[in-house]
Design a protein around this ligand. Structure first.
Ligand code: GLC
Ligand code: GLC
Length: 649
């Protein structure tokens, strides 16, 4: 029998024994209609993972009840939003969209204080704010909130769930969506499930991966990657209380959930629906690559990880279709692409573009960027990239070794060079970064640092060198300019927009000093926003640079919003005849075009006219300067780090 037939019979039976009387008539009808549409897919996914277990159907029935309860608790305003979004499902491909990720405590410091920052978001043009994880978490080190002790409780130092709902509503009124984290690979060791496991409860011990001795962990570790080798070797932690080894991919206090147990899938779905019902527009799927373990593999990007995410997606379609998923897969580019699908994750971070922008800045060369984007930038029209330059994490050099090798680049040596360059150990480097997660076994490491410090502003200010300051500002605007124009939602990382330098104070805090990512988790104070909004004037070079960056970003965002070409249109990555230049063409179905060309070096560069011929126009206007560019006089000159957004006139 086919899946479709099976699922029909199964759904009839489940519906026959599911009490819908607590739902309004309208909700009951919506629920039944959506189940009919999405259950076949959910059934296929669920039975693919759990079908061999004797109690699979029992859990499937429970899941449907859970979905019913999720719909019941969804507020009328959010249900209205569901209907609206179902009519405009591709809202996230709009040129209007601009995101910002921020820590509540570093910008608020509480949820209630964040209301005052709404004018700041609006001045920049931000339409979505990712509030970094704000759930209840262990005191002291909680991996920046990514060790969640209670998904239904806001960290008391930030406020309450009510405050969060109030802020979400206030932001929405101003046209700003909220994005929340869905941290579902692990919980903290203080979550109620972990506490029950610790007290010896068998049912909850099965929520995690626990082992009596090292034999199975040792077998797994043959093929596992170490994520935080600086805090603990390997991926398992011995727990004295239980006398068991716990699977802890990240920190020792972050316990990986056991998705081979259907009860875990159901329990986490319930938490996910709670978050969706807070009114967020998207959930960021944290560390999604790690959720399925398979002996003999690196336990990343496994087929069943995808199937589980698709199953979560079905649940969301049934209860809260206004909410989309954003994939946080910081893995090999081919694997990143596999999460991107309208039935899996509609949005995805673009770690390849991020890493290669930094690569081009260091090498002043663009061939790796060009060839990699040619191979990996195109995704389904139903989905979109989230393009970013910095985030709260480290920079890992996740480019494709095969693409590098075609260019004669030795990946191992090149990553070594990039690490040296960005940690300032390479002579002549402009960057002030910090090495992160250095692995004593293989010498591997990643890089931390703020946008401004990595772009050279810190060094330039120290050296009191106006030309170097100017170059640093241009680098920042160049990198962000590409995220604004290449296609996708640009995502600013708060504190980048005002070019804040590395914050080294974490080194004095014993809950943070072992984790160098804190160097790029930087507070935005009211003095900063006052400067940006023009209430105060710059008093030194650093502040002048901050304001230049803010104004530059603001201008580019405003231009982006005025032209449909920045929204739904195709991107063609172009070859240039100059190894320091990067170029791409945007084209939409209305026949509009945009040619973007960028110079990644601190020297002027010229480009041949053949590239400009892609616009098939004799003149065009640079949207950034409003100047007309004669497309026939060759060659075209680009100033150091200049970018042009050329539109035919
Ligand atoms: C993601 C987060 C990172 C965190 C990890 C574990 O990669 O971005 O900050 O440490 O997941 O939750
Ligand atoms: C994992 C993730 C990467 C993240 C890191 C946290 O490696 O794949 O995204 O940066 O954890 O440091």
């Amino acid at each position: 029998m086919s899946y479709a037939a099976d699922s029909g019979v199964c759904l009839d039976r489940i519906l026959a024994s599911t009490d819908l009387s607590a739902l309004t008539k309208k909700d009951a009808a919506t629920f039944t209609r959506r189940l009919k549409a999405h259950f076949p897919r959910l059934f296929e996914k669920y039975t693919f993972v759990y079908g061999h277990q004797y109690d699979c159907y029992f859990h499937l029935q429970k899941l449907v009840e859970l979905l019913r309860d999720g719909l019941k608790s969804r507020k009328p305003a959010l249900k209205a939003l569901d209907s609206q979004r179902l009519k405009t499902p591709l809202w996230y491909r709009d040129e209007e969209q601009v995101g910002m990720a921020c820590y509540v405590d570093l910008m608020g410091p509480t949820l209630n204080d964040l209301h005052e920052k709404i004018p700041y978001f609006k001045a920049l043009g931000v339409t979505y704010v990712h509030l970094m994880p704000l759930y209840d978490a262990p005191k002291g080190d909680s991996d920046g909130g990514y060790a969640v002790s209670d998904y239904r409780k806001v960290n008391p130092s930030l406020g309450t769930v009510k405050d969060l709902e109030k802020l979400t509503a206030a932001l929405q009124k101003e046209g700003i969506n909220v994005v929340l984290d869905f941290v579902f690979n692990h919980t903290s060791d203080e979550h109620a499930w972990a506490k029950a496991a610790l007290s010896g409860d068998k049912q909850y011990q099965d929520y995690y991966y626990l082992f009596d001795d090292r034999s199975i962990p040792d077998q797994y570790e043959h093929t596992l990657r170490e994520i935080f080798p600086q805090v603990r070797r390997g991926s398992f932690t011995f727990n004295e209380a239980m006398e068991k080894w716990v699977w802890t991919t990240f920190n020792s206090f972050q316990w990986d959930l056991n998705y081979s147990n259907p009860e875990v899938f159901n329990a986490i779905t319930s938490e996910m629906l709670f978050l969706a019902n807070l009114g967020c527009a998207a959930l960021r799927l944290d560390a999604l690559a790690f959720i399925w373990k398979e002996m003999g593999t690196n336990c990343e990007n496994q087929e069943k990880a995808h199937v589980l995410i698709q199953a979560f997606n079905c649940c969301l379609q049934i209860v809260a279709p206004a909410v989309v998923f954003k994939s946080e897969a910081i893995v090999h580019p081919d694997e990143v692409l596999k999460y991107i699908d309208k039935d899996e994750c509609q949005l995805s971070y673009n770690p390849l573009l991020m890493a290669l922008l930094w690569n081009s800045l260091a090498t002043r060369k663009t061939r790796l960027l060009t060839n990699s984007m040619k191979k990996s930038f195109a995704i389904s029209d139903d989905c979109t990239w989230v393009n970013y330059v910095r985030c709260h994490d480290d920079i890992g050099w996740t480019f494709d070794d095969a693409v590098a090798s075609e260019l004669g680049i030795n990946s191992f040596d090149h990553r070594y060079f990039l690490n040296q360059f960005y940690t300032g150990r390479f002579e002549g480097s402009f960057a002030n970064g910090v090495p992160f997660a250095e692995n004593p076994s293989n010498g591997d490491c990643r890089v931390c640092g703020s946008l401004a410090s990595l772009c050279g502003l810190e060094g330039a200010i120290e050296a009191n060198d106006p030309q170097a300051i100017d170059e640093a500002v241009k680098r920042m605007l160049l990198l962000y300019g590409i995220t604004f124009s290449i296609g996708g939602i640009p995502l600013l990382y708060s504190s980048d927009e005002i070019a804040k330098l590395n914050d080294y104070s974490y080194r004095l805090d014993e809950t943070k000093s072992h984790d160098d990512r804190w160097v790029n988790r930087i507070a935005v104070h009211s003095e900063d926003t006052a400067l940006a909004l023009g209430t105060t004037t710059p008093e030194n070079e650093a502040q002048t640079a901050s304001l230049q960056v803010f104004e530059g970003l603001k201008q580019m965002i405003a231009i982006r919003k005025q032209h449909a070409i920045f929204g739904q249109s195709k991107t063609h990555i172009l070859d240039t005849d100059n190894q320091h230049c990067f170029a791409f063409l945007r084209e939409n179905t209305e026949g509009q075009k945009l040619l973007v060309i960028c110079n990644f070096s601190e020297h002027p560069q010229s480009l041949h006219r053949s590239l400009l011929a892609t616009l098939k126009q004799s003149a065009s206007k640079d949207l950034l300067t409003d100047e007309t560019v004669d497309m026939e006089s060759s060659p075209l000159e680009l100033a150091p780090y200049q970018q042009m957004w050329l539109q035919p006139v």
